[in-house]
Write a protein that binds this ligand. Structure first.
Ligand SMILES: Cc1ncc(COP(=O)(O)O)c(C=O)c1O
Ligand SMILES: N[C@@H](CCCC[NH3+])C(=O)O
Length: 430
């Protein structure tokens, strides 16, 4: 479900024309649709209905507190990777008791903070980390709930930089070592409560096969760990991919069902494949979707500043750079780019859409056919709701863009654009 569509020649987010937001708030600008986020959560929740389950939204995908609050109100939990993300969840009204804490390098401060806030579970990624969590909990006179992340050595068949479940990746503990790690933790870590087992094989998976392979491979392990240590949950991680090629709403919900090829991995197909294997476990099943929840729920708006017709290429120079959206240059991420005003003329031209940053890698699209747009006109970079703003930076001392949440007719600024004062805050002369 997407809530971005053309209506009477203009691109809308729900009932709000994006051109009006760009003119009023300036660009670059992130705009999110609350209805899309709600729709995605509800669909995933419904497709997992047969399981005792908890959706722990991966905060890293989009950590705006209005987005987190939307998910918290739907009953969602959160997968966090830092004290900062936990802090955001709490500010958003989320429940720490529904938070899992992932990541290979948790620090003492982070462990202490999460323990004191009463999170649901630490997902430990090494034996050394398990021992450290045990030590910190002991020093605080507390017990730490833990799960161990297994690295199942399954190829997620996604981009190398977002593959996490192969032995050569830094994540989790090798499949063959897991049982010994649980045994040693149970024997020598009195301040730990062994609560679960976790895995996550990668991001932007567009085929169900690797999910199924990983679940089938890990289930015997889960069964054994449950029998020995009485765990209560198994987290199957996140990774459900989205369709970057078809980011606009067709205007007809049934169309999405019928045109499965434009979204090869539907949440229904995902659930149909994995739920029958998970149900007999009799455990609470957690899943940690990030991109699925918010990816298609956001766009980044940008203005064309200049056009340059060079010997080799036509460049459309826009006011958003790789500091605002790094996915194209970091992962060869492909985002559909469309004008906010639908041109009457169907002519397209092959261009590079580039930003103002002093790097050759600063592009939003290369060799892309887009409609003719002139300086002063606006473009929308679609499916930018996940890993868009959260990966933005102040590189080239550029202020971070504003974020807006649209809900029906209402558009609310949920994060102000940074001023130059904001960017320099905390910096002093020697
Ligand atoms: C442990 C863990 N869980 C969940 C996610 C969310 O992934 P995605 O946004 O692909 O659903 C990630 C990121 O890949 C992750 O590392
Ligand atoms: N940042 C990545 C996804 C990484 C997932 C985090 N484990 C992206 O934009 O596709």
């Amino acid at each position: 479900m997407h809530s971005f569509r053309y209506h009477q020649g203009q691109l809308f987010a729900e009932n709000v024309p994006l051109q009006s937001l760009a003119e009023k708030h300036g660009t670059p600008l992130y705009v999110y649709s609350k209805a899309t986020i709600t729709g995605h959560f509800t669909r995933l929740d419904a497709s997992l209905a047969k399981l005792n389950h908890l959706i722990c939204y991966a905060v890293k995908a989009n950590s705006n507190i209005a987005v987190l609050s939307t998910i918290a109100k739907l009953g969602g939990g959160f997968d966090i990777v830092s004290a900062g993300e936990l802090y955001r969840v709490i500010k958003a009204g989320g429940d720490p008791a529904k938070c899992t804490f992932a990541g290979v390098g948790k620090t003492r401060d982070e462990i202490e903070y999460a323990l004191k806030q009463g999170i649901y579970c630490f997902n430990a990624e090494s034996e050394a980390e398990l021992h450290y969590i045990n030590q910190v909990a002991g020093e605080l006179g507390m017990k730490a709930p833990v799960a161990v992340r297994v690295n199942p050595n399954v190829d997620a068949k996604t981009h190398a930089k977002i593959t996490t479940g192969k032995s050569e990746n830094k994540f989790g503990i090798d499949f063959d070592q897991i049982l010994d790690v649980y045994a040693r933790a149970a024997a020598s870590c009195p301040h730990l409560v062994i609560k679960g087992l976790q895995m996550h094989i990668g991001s932007q998976l567009t085929n169900v096969a690797p999910f199924l392979e990983a679940v089938q491979k890990v289930i015997p392990l889960v069964t054994e760990v449950k029998a020995k240590y009485g765990i209560e949950f198994f987290s199957i991680g996140g990774g459900i991919g989205i369709n970057y090629k078809q980011s606009l709403d067709s205007g007809d919900a049934a169309w999405w069902q019928e045109n499965a090829e434009v979204h090869p991995l539907t949440v229904q197909a995902y659930a149909e494949a994995v739920v029958p294997h998970l149900e007999p476990l009799g455990l609470r099943i957690l899943c940690e979707p990030g991109r699925f929840m918010v990816g298609n729920a956001g766009v980044m708006l940008t203005k064309v500043l200049y056009e340059k017709r060079g010997a080799a290429k036509v460049f459309k120079i826009v006011d958003a750079g790789m500091n605002d959206l790094i996915r194209p240059t970091l992962y060869e991420g492909w985002h559909q780019i469309v004008p906010l005003k639908q041109p009457a003329d169907a002519t397209v031209e092959k261009v590079d859409v580039v930003g103002p940053i002093c790097e050759s890698g600063d592009f939003l699209a290369q060799n892309r056919e887009i409609p003719l747009v002139k300086a002063g006109e606006y473009l929308a970079v679609l499916s930018a709701g996940a890993y868009g703003f959260t990966m933005a930076s102040n590189y080239n001392t550029r202020p971070m863009p504003a974020e807006i949440l649209v809900d029906g007719d209402k558009a609310t600024v949920v994060r102000e654009r940074q001023t130059l004062e904001d960017v320099l805050k905390g910096e002093h002369l020697a």
